[in-house]
Design a protein around this ligand. Structure first.
Ligand code: GUN
Length: 291
C-alpha cells in the first residue's frame, strides 16, 4: 500500500482551514514569517512552498529572502523584529543557514511561543517532558500523522529510525516512544556509526529513513511486511529530466516497495505533510493567544 502524504496533507489542510476561519471570525488572522538566508536551491524551493501554502490557506504570510552575506547581527535583529510583530504568530528560519551563522544562537533568540518549528531548547525540553504546551518539529509530527492516518499500529511495534538529527531523528524517537496514539513503540535510533545496520533495520516493523542519502535503504535491509516512511528528499542528476535532476528518497523504492505492507513515496510523501504540520502549528500558536 502506498501512503500518500499529499492526500493526508489535504485532509490536514481542510482541518487547518476551518481553524483559521474560526480564528478570523474572532478577529484574529494567523501570521507566519518564513526566513531564508542564502541561495541554496532546495531551501529556496521549500521556503516558497511554505509561503505559498500559507497564503492559500489565508494565513498572513511574510517571506524574507536574505543574501548569503547576511551577518549574525542582522539576522538576530530581524528575529527581534519578528518576535515583536503582533501580526506574526509563527517564525521559521530555514535550516541550514550559511556556515558563518551560529544557528543555535539564532534559534534561542526566537520567542518559544512563536517557534512553530519546535527547535528552541524550551520546546525540545517540552517534547521530552510530554508537556503539550510546546511545539513539535513538523517533519516527525508529519511522519507520526502518516502512521496514524494509515492505521499503522505503533503500540508495541518495533520502530527503527535511521538518522539522529535534531530536525527528524531525535524528535521522531521521542514521539514514537511517547504514550498514546502514534506512540508506545519500542524505538531504536540507528545512524552512520551503527554496527551492522542491515541487521538493525531488518528488525523494524516500522522503518523511518532520515539519513539524507539517495537510495540508501535497500531491499535486504527491510523485513517482509514492514511499514517504511521515507523522509529523504535528495536531488540526483538526471539528464533526461526537465530540470536536469530528479527528487528521490533515502529508500530504493523500486526494490523495497514490493516487500512493504505500506510505504510513502518521494515526492508526494513526507514533504507535503511537513508543510501541513507547519501550517497547523502556526494556527495553534495563534489559538493559544485567544483561548
Ligand atoms: N530544513 C529542513 N527541514 C526543516 C524544517 O522543518 N524547518 C526548518 N526551519 N528548516 C528545515
Amino acid at each position: 500500500m502506498l501512503i500518500s502524504g499529499a492526500e493526508i496533507a489535504k485532509k490536514v489542510h481542510a482541518e487547518t482551514k476551518q481553524r483559521i476561519d474560526a480564528l478570523k471570525s474572532r478577529g484574529l488572522t494567523p501570521g507566519l514569517a518564513v526566513v531564508l538566508v542564502g541561495d541554496n536551491p532546495a531551501s529556496q524551493a521549500y521556503v516558497r512552498a511554505k509561503d505559498k501554502r500559507a497564503a492559500e490557506l489565508g494565513i498572513h504570510s511574510l517571506k524574507h529572502e536574505l543574501p548569503a552575506s547576511t551577518t549574525q547581527e542582522e539576522l538576530l535583529s530581524l528575529v527581534d523584529a519578528l518576535n515583536a510583530d503582533p501580526a506574526l504568530h509563527g517564525i521559521l528560519i530555514q535550516s541550514p543557514p550559511p556556515p558563518h551563522i551560529d544557528e543555535p544562537a539564532i534559534v534561542r533568540a526566537i520567542n518559544p511561543d512563536k517557534d512553530v518549528d519546535g527547535f528552541h531548547p524550551l520546546n525540545v525540553a517540552k517534547l521530552a517532558l510530554d508537556d503539550p504546551t510546546g511545539f513539535v518539529p513538523c517533519t516527525p509530527l508529519g511522519c507520526q500523522r502518516h502512521l496514524i492516518e494509515a492505521g499503522v499500529q505503533t503500540a508495541g511495534a518495533r520502530a527503527v529510525i535511521l538518522g539522529r538529527s535534531m530536525i527528524v531523528g531525535k524528535p521522531m524517537a521521542l514521539l514514537l516512544m511517547a504514550k498514546g496514539p502514534g506512540g508506545d513503540a519500542t524505538v531504536t535510533v540507528a545512524h552512520s556509526r551503527s554496527r551492522d545496520l542491515p541487521a538493525i533495520t531488518r528488525e523494524a516493523d516500522i522503518l523511518i529513513a532520515a539519513i539524507g542519502r539517495p537510495g540508501f535503504v535497500t531491499a535486504d535491509m527491510v523485513r517482509e511486511g514492514a511499514v517504511v516512511i521515507d523522509v529523504g528528499i535528495n536531488r540526483v542528476d538526471d539528464l533526461i529530466a526537465p530540470k536536469g535532476y530528479r527528487i528521490v528518497g533515502d529508500v530504493d523504492f523500486q526494490n523495497v516497495a514490493p516487500k512493504c505492507s505500506a510505504i510513502t513515496p518521494v515526492p508526494g510523501g513526507v514533504g507535503p505533510m511537513t508543510i501541513a504540520m507547519l501550517m497547523a502549528n502556526t494556527v495553534t500558536a495563534a489559538e493559544r493567544l485567544v483561548s
